[in-house]
Write a protein that binds this ligand. Structure first.
Ligand code: GAL
Length: 675
């Protein structure tokens, strides 16, 4: 809802527009540059910029002394040009004075090293000093700018948890004890949940508990898991406190920018929980230059964001026009790649597409990061592409407010299941939730099938097929929900290393896959993970990688066995009818051909309807509203594509009367009216 409202606020006459712009850091430049910035923003069609994200040290140069003059001038310039502002509360980068005045506010690593300032996000989430200072700054900014006509939304902090968490300091340790006391009530309950009878870890009081600091051997996994949950909650408390101050003084939507799938156990943020606190769900996405099919990961991330937004439109707060600065080899994007990337996000539900950043920096660690306005200025191909992108977004702005056409397939992704799988001492380091999720997502993508990403406890009855990749940890509620889904007619696919533990990382006893064994009708006894480059032949569906098992079926029918190797004869792919539905088990990581063959079997009878013309290179996604839909055809390949469709192609304005040709690397967006 707020996203719809925001899109209306982006134009003077209130007609919906796709948000387009980026992080604007004018404080890095002499004020004489600002007028040119604003003029060029107009030329590019920029309608929204994020301002002040890293400005704390300039806005409050010494504690309690504020200097807002420069920001007043910047907002005035933007307002006069009709450019709207996503104003930051600037809490992301505490200034040096804060670290000097309150040295305990600096975060501490797992091995006890207190980090320095000199970069950004140099604070401990539990630090009362940081929290007090961030709240005071937020209050000042809100008091001053809440009714500024340029400001249309609020940007709290920036990418929470990117650089400073988890923190293992004493202050965090005490906060962890309080968090545990609230969760468990008694120390006995902690001992039971953490299985502390193992290795003599029994605790007599909450005061004995520390963060899971570096130790001689692997640390208690449930302690690690709870510490991840605690760390996410500590930062969420910071967000809540700052957002509450903003909401007290302003009715504009509040967001903070997420980081897609980046938040594993090493940077734990539970976005499912966090998204409930957002007025607008927003995300930052960066391609990995070394990934030749990075657009598949982009598509999966965008689908995740739509899930976090509950299916509503969401906002792409940052992506890059070209290279970044933080990968080993930072390559420029190919011509047309930026347009394809942006259109992928919009096709998958984004109603705004912004970049980091507006003007490429002259100094600092990000000086080699691309920007909308490159070092070379306006006589560059990148600038011309940026201007062209602004025009393209304008041409398709009628999609604003529409929803992605409801998918018939959902993929389950739980934060706890991912973090749990990343705990130490597992059968194989190659079992990777994100990699396996991507295999399934990409297989569907290659047939033009869009999937939603949902949690195991979400209502999934409207999906014809639900895929559960590497659900290592599952709660009883999750099992009950997915069992009920099958019983009432759904088709469920569960992969290897699922159902293994409960929320305390205690095994679901019995045969594997633990909590899923009965529903799937299989009984596995031992794991036999494959070596890094090893593959095992199956009697059907090609080859398996990563994982295999010894075992048998109880009530399931065997669709494929391991054809050779140590697990020869054990079931690899099975099917069990249950209630009016069907549950499949896939005990290994199927290759693409095998996955598609299985999906064809599961999706028979219209459960999965592919889009003709889609392929590994040609992405087809649609959004719809009422009787109208918009079909995005994004050609990532080197050959022209042909798609059968009737409608109006919005980027060119041309009528398509049956066959659409999309040249290599190009994008088409076709409006289709149901007649
Ligand atoms: C993001 C961050 C931006 C910028 C960008 C560079 O993580 O929010 O401030 O650093 O990365 O890719």
């Amino acid at each position: 809802m707020s996203m719809d409202r925001l899109s209306r606020l982006l134009s003077d006459d209130g007609t919906p527009r796709i948000g387009f712009g980026g992080d604007y850091n004018p404080e890095q430049w002499d004020p004489s540059v600002w007028a040119e910035d604003v003029a060029l923003m107009k030329e590019a069609g920029v309608n929204l910029v994020s301002v002040g994200i890293f400005s704390w040290a300039l806005l409050e140069p010494t504690e309690g002394v504020y200097e807002f003059g420069w920001l007043d001038d910047v907002l005035e310039l933007l307002h006069n040009a009709g450019i709207r502002v996503d104003l930051a509360n600037a809490s992301a980068s505490p200034p040096p004075w804060l670290s000097h005045a309150y040295p305990e506010s600096l975060p501490v690593t797992r091995s006890g090293v207190r980090l320095g300032y000199g970069s950004r996000q140099a604070f401990c989430a539990s630090s009362a000093d940081y929290r007090r200072a961030a709240a005071a700054l937020t209050r000042k900014i809100v008091d001053r700018y809440a009714s500024h006509p340029a400001v249309v939304m609020w940007h709290v902090h920036n990418e929470y948890g990117c650089h400073n968490q988890p923190c293992y300091c004493e202050v965090s340790g005490r906060a962890f004890q309080v968090w545990l006391a609230a969760k468990y009530g008694t120390i006995d309950a902690v001992n039971a949940a953490w299985g502390t009878a193992f290795w003599s870890q029994h605790y007599s009081s909450f005061r004995e508990i520390t963060p899971p600091r570096q130790s001689g051997a692997s640390v208690n996994t449930c302690q690690v898991l709870d510490f991840a949950r605690f760390s996410s909650d500590e930062l969420l408390d910071c967000f809540r406190a700052e957002a509450a101050i903003i909401r007290d003084g302003s009715s504009h939507p509040v967001t903070t920018n997420f980081m897609g799938f980046s938040m594993g156990l090493d940077k734990p943020i539970d976005y499912w929980k966090w998204s409930e606190e957002m007025d607008i769900v927003s995300n930052d996405h960066y391609l990995i230059a070394a990934d030749p099919r990075g657009y598949q990961e982009l598509a999966m991330t965008a689908d995740f964001l739509r899930g976090l937004a509950g299916g509503e439109p969401w906002m792409l707060m940052e992506h890059s026009t070209s290279a970044v600065n933080w990968q080993p080899r930072n390559r420029a994007k190919a011509p047309g790649e930026m347009l394809r990337n942006t259109m992928q996000h919009v096709a998958r539900g984004a109603d705004a597409a912004l970049f980091f950043q507006w003007r490429a920096s002259v100094a600092g660690t990000e000086k080699f990061h691309s920007a909308m306005l490159p070092h070379g200025g306006v006589s560059t191909a990148r600038w011309r592409e940026v201007v062209e992108l602004g025009r393209s977004l304008q041409a398709i702005s009628e999609v604003v407010g529409s929803r992605v056409t409801p998918p018939s397939v959902a993929i389950i992704h739980d934060t706890d299941a991912r973090w749990g799988n990343e705990l130490s001492d597992h059968p194989s380091v190659d079992v990777d939730v994100i990699a396996e999720t991507r295999r399934w997502h990409s297989a569907l993508l290659s047939t033009g099938v869009t999937s939603d990403i949902r949690r195991s406890i979400d209502e999934v009855s409207r999906y014809d097929v639900v895929i559960v990749p590497v659900q290592y940890l599952i709660t009883q509620d999750g099992i009950d929900n997915l069992t009920g889904y099958v019983e009432q007619g759904g088709a469920l696919i569960v992969t290897y290393f699922s159902g293994i533990v409960d929320e305390d990382d205690h095994l679901h006893l019995g045969s594997y896959p633990g909590a899923f064994a009965e529903l799937l009708g299989v009984s596995m006894e031992e794991f036999f993970p494959l070596l890094a480059e090893e593959q095992v032949e199956l009697t059907r569906f090609g080859f398996g990688r990563v994982f295999s098992e010894y075992g048998t079926v109880t009530t399931a029918e065997v669709l494929a066995e391991y054809a050779g190797g140590a697990t020869a004869g054990s079931p690899a792919v099975t099917r069990r009818s249950f209630g009016t539905g069907v549950a499949y088990y896939v005990g290994t990581s199927l290759d693409r051909a095998g996955m598609l063959e299985l999906l064809e079997q599961v999706g028979g009878g219209g459960r999965i309807v592919s889009a003709p013309g889609a392929s590994d290179d040609v992405e087809i996604v649609s959004r719809s509203a009422g009787d109208r839909s918009w079909v995005f055809v994004i050609n990532h390949g080197t050959q022209a594509a042909e798609v059968a469709i009737v409608g109006v192609e919005l980027l060119s304005g041309r009528t398509v009367d049956g066959s659409l040709r999309v040249e290599a690397g190009q994008v088409a967006v076709v409006r289709v009216d149901a007649s």
